[in-house]
Design a binder for this molecule. Structure first.
Ligand code: SF4
Length: 405
């Protein structure tokens, strides 16, 4: 129980509805990987049912002008994060392990409890935080839209994203357009809030005809798809790093699935890329993380890359997803995880760097390559040491809560 009543949902649906009703606004929704395997449960479908088409149709019915896919943003995150990892591994002075930074609850946890690890955090922004400014710059320019009219709404499984979108650093589009009041993402609504909104509008989810994402930023690789699962970000990063370093597709056996997929609190593997062997790990849940870090320090274990997700199972188990009561909760999480892996198995493009829309974006907008000056400026971020926010004896306070806004 949070002593400060910070952990609750602060819905922004009324603000989004007002933007839809305003003829001078252009509402762009982006939908995170995990939403499409959770939303159906709110309408009586089995856990993990893949409802991407109905989800897109529902957002069109609610009045969204463009529906884009955060999975595309996940591919952008991997382009930057895998490039950063390869640079760190090659550079003998670089700080390792590289921790992922796409989970805002983990980032705030590190800023508060483990500030000594801030140099280890990848500076690559999260998928939502890369997708949003790119929508208000590249997408707006390609589509002939006035960026100042765009209202960017992220649909997420995550309550901590409501904090992340308000971080001072999330304003790259404001700098691009020299419009200080512009935010990269204007609003964030969760899977449960979207379901509530659909019920309030009396939209029959079952009757919706599947719809597809809008082009340019709506197609993703398998790596982007599995971002919602614990271990998915690490697997996606390894696929892309392998292709970037060797020029060849990552083999199926690159990472032994049995070693890194599943629900164990921490899993690890060795991944051979060219002449390097990377020791990698995926951890979910902050309790598991504390134990993992203690062991890493006590046994002086070297890791090159560590994925951390605050929620059990990764984003498919996020705080904004449909609630499932014990003892069925892990069964539901496993079904959602399996659904994203099934979708990954169905697509032909497995690595972010092979996504033709990603290649086009980098060629036309980000100066041809990841980590370019422009990409660094818009797609990377900084972190804040928040350890002084802790109360007496290290107690949590409203300022340290990972989900409070
Ligand atoms: Fe949000 Fe949980 Fe995913 Fe972290 S793991 S990004 S807190 S849903």
């Amino acid at each position: 129980i949070c002593p400060f009543d910070s952990i609750n949902e602060r819905s922004e649906i009324d603000e989004v509805k007002a933007a839809i009703a305003d003829p001078n606004k252009i509402v762009i929704f982006q939908t995170a990987p995990a939403v499409r395997v959770g939303l159906g449960e709110e309408f009586g479908l089995d856990a993990g049912t893949f409802v991407e088409g109905k989800m897109v149709a529902a957002l069109r019915k609610l009045g969204g002008d463009y529906i884009l896919d955060t999975n595309f943003g996940a591919d952008m995150t991997i382009m930057e994060e895998a490039s950063e990892l390869l640079e760190r591994v090659i550079n003998s002075d670089a700080v390792l392990p590289q921790f992922t930074s796409c989970c805002p609850a983990w980032v705030k946890f590190a800023e508060t409890f483990y500030p000594e690890f801030l140099p280890n955090l990848s500076t690559a922004k999260s998928p939502i935080a890369m997708q949003a400014p790119t929508q208000k710059t590249y997408f707006a320019e390609k589509m002939g839209l006035d960026a100042k009219q765009i209202v960017a709404v992220a649909v997420t499984p995550c309550t901590a994203k409501k904090f992340e979108i308000r971080r001072d650093e999330m304003n790259s589009s404001a700098e691009y357009w020299d419009t200080p009041e512009m935010r990269d993402t204007d609003y964030c609504i969760t899977t449960r809030e979207l379901a509530k909104w659909l019920r309030a509008e009396e939209i029959n989810f079952d009757d919706l005809e599947d719809s597809a994402f809008d082009p340019l930023m709506g197609e993703a690789s398998g790596g982007g798809i599995i971002f919602g699962n614990t271990g998915g970000v690490m697997e996606a990063a390894m696929r892309a790093a392998y292709k970037m370093a060797t020029g060849e597709d990552a083999p199926q056996t690159l990472i032994p699935f049995e070693a890194i997929r599943g629900m164990d609190g921490a899993r690890e593997a060795d991944v051979v890329i060219g002449d390097k062997t990377l020791h990698v790990a995926a951890v979910h849940g902050t309790g598991n993380l504390r134990k993992f870090i203690e062991r890493m320090r006590a046994e002086n274990i070297h890791y090159d890359f560590i994925e951390v997700m605050a929620c059990r199972g990764g984003c498919i188990g996020g705080g904004g997803q449909p609630r499932v009561k014990l003892p069925m909760a892990d069964k539901a999480r496993e079904a959602r995880i399996a659904s994203l892996y099934t979708r990954d198995a169905e697509v032909t493009v497995k690595a972010a760097c092979d996504n033709p829309d990603i290649q086009k974006l980098y060629a036309e907008f980000f100066d041809g390559k990841p980590m370019s000056h422009k990409a660094h400026h818009m797609l990377h971020t900084t972190f804040v040491n928040r350890s002084e926010d802790l109360g007496p004896n290290g107690a949590c306070t409203p300022a340290t809560c990972p989900t409070s806004v």
